[in-house]
Design a protein around this ligand. Structure first.
Ligand SMILES: Nc1ncnc2c1ncn2[C@@H]1O[C@H](COP(=O)(O)OP(=O)(O)OP(=O)(O)O)[C@@H](O)[C@H]1O
Length: 276
């Protein structure tokens, strides 16, 4: 559904953020996009949403070039940016005036999610707290039932109970026809939500793998349980040492996304190579 080929982009010609970046994403998945501050996560999402245009290469969603911003594409794509500037209308009025741009928009689903998130539907959106505004947009984006839903830092501003609700609501809204891409630095917020991990590092997507694929190739254990010859990365914590090692015995361990991300950004190319 998403095909990015040889994407080169920079806000100025001199400094590129991506160079010949390639990426293929499929429907039926929730992808988590990780990268250091300034790696270009938001910019990559904006290329996908057709809000900025490649200098070179092509970004396609459902076969449409996103830079052309065709109505047929835009009705199947919803982007929730990190910062919101919502109008002075109620959540109900907003849906009545905007929902019809999305042919599969479901008003009942929208109200059900707002109720689950406990957001007042009769207050002006611009008077709601940042977290409440985020919840309205998340509910609207999910209820739009677009084939592609892109969220930039959706959990920013959500309190702990709302993050739990967010994960629950997201998981229930995924279908085989939808693709969701979420960027965050709050790696823990993605736990038990995403099924595939993308890591953007040094102008490229260096990891694009399902968590199952990752667990098949590498193991996350403490030092005592690690396959000593296969240790690829270690991290000291208060009471011991955690390791990433090659999976030689076929035992699946839970993927520690934070540790994997740390390993990648510290340039442990052997891990990237194993996950290629
Ligand atoms: N509109 C813009 N004009 C010029 N430079 C920009 C613009 N937007 C972003 N940048 C620059 O592009 C780089 C990547 O920014 P981007 O926001 O995509 O990174 P990010 O990975 O989302 O960062 P963060 O994790 O801090 O949100 C940064 O160096 C930023 O200063």
């Amino acid at each position: 559904m998403i095909e990015i080929s040889n994407l080169t982009f920079g806000y100025s010609k001199k400094k590129t953020l991506f160079k010949n970046l390639n990426l293929d994403l499929q429907t039926g998945h929730i992808y988590g996009l990780l990268g250091k501050n300034g790696a270009g996560k938001s910019t990559l999402l904006k290329n996908l949403a057709g809000l900025v245009f490649p200098q070179e290469g092509l970004c396609k969603v459902n076969g449409y070039d996103t830079s052309k911003r065709s109505p047929r594409l835009l009705q199947e794509l919803f982007f929730i940016p990190e910062e919101l500037h919502l109008p002075a209308v109620t959540a109900s009025r907003f849906a009545e005036s905007t929902g019809h741009f999305y042919p599969k928009f479901d008003m009942n689903q929208y109200y059900a999610m707002l109720s689950e998130f406990n957001v007042p539907i009769n207050s002006f959106l611009n008077k709601l707290s940042f977290g409440q505004q985020k919840k309205v947009m998340i509910a609207f984006g999910l209820a739009s039932n677009t084939a592609l839903l892109i969220m930039d830092e959706p959990t920013n501003g959500l309190d702990i109970p709302s993050k739990v609700q967010f994960r629950k609501i997201m998981a229930s809204a995924l279908t085989e026809e939808r693709c969701m891409v979420i960027s965050t630095h709050q790696v823990r917020d993605l736990d038990s939500l995403i099924d595939s991990l993308l890591v953007l590092h040094q102008e490229e997507v260096v990891i694009n793998r399902s968590l199952d694929d990752i667990a098949e190739r590498i193991q996350f254990t403490n030092a005592a349980q690690a396959n000593k010859e296969g240790i690829l990365y270690i991290e000291h914590h208060g009471i011991g040492i955690n390791t990433i090692s090659t999976n030689v015995n076929g035992v699946y361990t839970k993927v520690d996304m934070e540790m994997l991300f740390n390993a990648v950004v510290h340039n442990h190319t052997s891990i990237v190579d194993i996950l290629k």
